[in-house]
Design a protein around this ligand. Structure first.
Ligand code: ACO
Length: 430
């Protein structure tokens, strides 16, 4: 994989040749592993803007061209022809399954959906208004206390069992959190239903009447989960890899990823978009809020706009916008004003010089929240929905990281800017 060397000349004139590596596609990387040993300097790249933290076979993004591929398959093709469970198999095992493999995998996920009764009791301890992301992260972290007999990170069978449990049980944990918030009784999973149908019935079924399945809702959720399934070394996935790099049990690593996802600059953005649209209120206010977003003295930003990697368009946003039309149409106009406000806001921003110059486009979260709201999912659950989709990406990356024989603990260095050496002064002399 080595190609031409990258030549660096230090201020003292020392020349250092650093090897470069070429991936399947995307920019080459300069291997700086020898830099400190041979030149005594670190590299400095806060926020990892130009730093590859690992090599990976899972997902490729070209932010300039708006390309996203899972294991080489363009996300548009997967969104059009596949389903979330098949995409999970692809991300975890590297290839699309044949019929027998898909059936076996689907059946495994369906048969691991129940929670240990002890785990369910945790929900009695949370306040009725606890944020569901706090509950999700706490209960997923607690899974290591239930499954410590299968957390040998060097055992491939244990790694499989862990991945199946995360995929299968996260919807049940999410539904338990939702039911606690809504004051309704917990609804057990049903193994005769597919992943999204089961999720919908656990959320919305009540003992008082039979639950009627909403097939458009199930289709929309499946699409959203496919589009959220992985996004290479994003903040939460990097957190999972970093936490897992110490050899920590994988449930803890996933709980760390859930916590990282919660922030408004990452998975919390879909919740923030809805709050923002509610605050804007109607189309007559759009100009005022776009001006606020451009004002450097105003902390307001257009939530759901901009992306660290996509500087042209986010391919996921386009697919989700189309699904948004379908969901809104199926609801006889309910939530249409919110969708129309979002469409108009997008148009105004896309024609504005500030957003054009800074390459700010709607990201995956600009429309996902509108779909979730239209399906009756409360705003506080939006980031949980993101976590359900992304859980497979976290598992795939953790598996790749832990099974790499050359994997090292993640341990970045720093530019120290604190006090220089000084002597301790006794408290009475300060
Ligand atoms: N509204 C207004 N201005 C913006 C926005 C926005 N949404 N996003 C970026 N900018 C401006 C910044 O102020 C900055 O301007 P400057 O160069 O004059 O200082 C410039 O565009 C570059 O922005 P950065 O924050 O430096 O870009 P970065 O790559 O670090 O951040 C991020 C990307 C965090 C997504 C940012 O665009 C943002 O905060 N967007 C809103 C939150 C959001 O939607 N997050 C979801 C991301 S997708 C995901 O995680 C699934």
């Amino acid at each position: 994989m080595s190609n031409d060397a990258f030549r660096l000349i230090s201020p003292s004139g020392n020349e250092l040749e650093l090897p470069t590596h070429t991936g399947t596609t995307g920019p080459d990387v300069v291997d700086i592993g020898r830099l400190y040993r041979e030149q005594g300097v670190f590299t400095y790249d806060p926020g990892f803007v130009a730093t590859g933290s690992c090599k990976s076979d899972i997902t490729f993004i070209d932010g300039e061209e708006g390309v996203l591929m899972y294991r080489g398959y363009p996300v548009e093709q997967l969104a059009a022809h596949s389903n979330f469970i098949e995409v999970c198999y692809l991300l975890l095992y590297g290839e699309l399954p044949n019929t027998a493999e898909l059936d076996a995998f689907d059946s495994t996920i369906r048969r691991h959906t129940m929670l240990n009764e002890g785990m369910l009791k945790f929900f009695n301890g949370f306040r009725y208004d606890a944020h569901p992301m706090a509950m999700l992260s706490a209960v997923v972290g607690s899974m290591s206390a239930y499954y410590h007999d299968t957390t040998d990170v060097h055992n491939p069978e244990h790694r499989d069992i862990f991945s199946h449990r995360i995929l299968a049980k996260l919807p049940t944990i999410a539904a338990a959190a939702y039911k606690l918030n809504s004051g309704q009784p917990f609804v057990h999973p049903r193994n005769d239903l597919g992943y999204c149908e089961n999720l919908l019935q656990m959320f919305f079924a009540v003992p008082a009447e039979p639950y009627e399945m909403d097939t458009v809702a199930a289709e929309a959720l499946d699409l959203l989960f496919i589009l959220h399934a992985d996004h290479e070394q994003n903040c939460s996935t990097s957190t999972v890899r970093m936490a897992g790099s110490s050899g920590a049990n994988p449930y803890s690593a996933i709980a760390a990823g859930i916590s990282a996802l919660w922030g408004p600059a990452h998975g919390g953005a879909n919740e923030a978009v809805l709050e923002m649209l509610k605050e804007i209120g109607d189309t007559s206010q759009i100009k005022k809020y776009v001006a606020k977003a451009k004002d450097k003295d105003d902390p307001f930003r257009l939530m759901g706009f901009g992306h660290r990697v996509y500087k042209n368009f986010d391919p996921r946003a386009t697919i989700i916008r189309d699904m948004c039309h379908k969901v809104i149409a199926s609801l006889d106009g309910r939530d249409a004003p919110m969708f129309e406000l979002a469409l108009e806001l997008e148009q105004v921003a896309l024609k504005d010089d500030y957003f054009i110059e800074k390459n700010l486009y709607p990201n995956v979260d600009f429309y996902s929240g509108i779909i979730y709201r239209a399906l009756g999912i409360p705003t506080s659950m939006f980031t949980v929905m993101f976590a359900l989709g992304r859980s497979v990406g976290w598992c795939a990356h953790w598996r790749e990281m832990i099974s790499d024989p050359h994997a090292k603990i993640s341990r970045p260095r720093q530019l120290y800017t604190g006090a220089a050496k000084r002597d301790y002064i006794a408290v009475e002399k300060r």
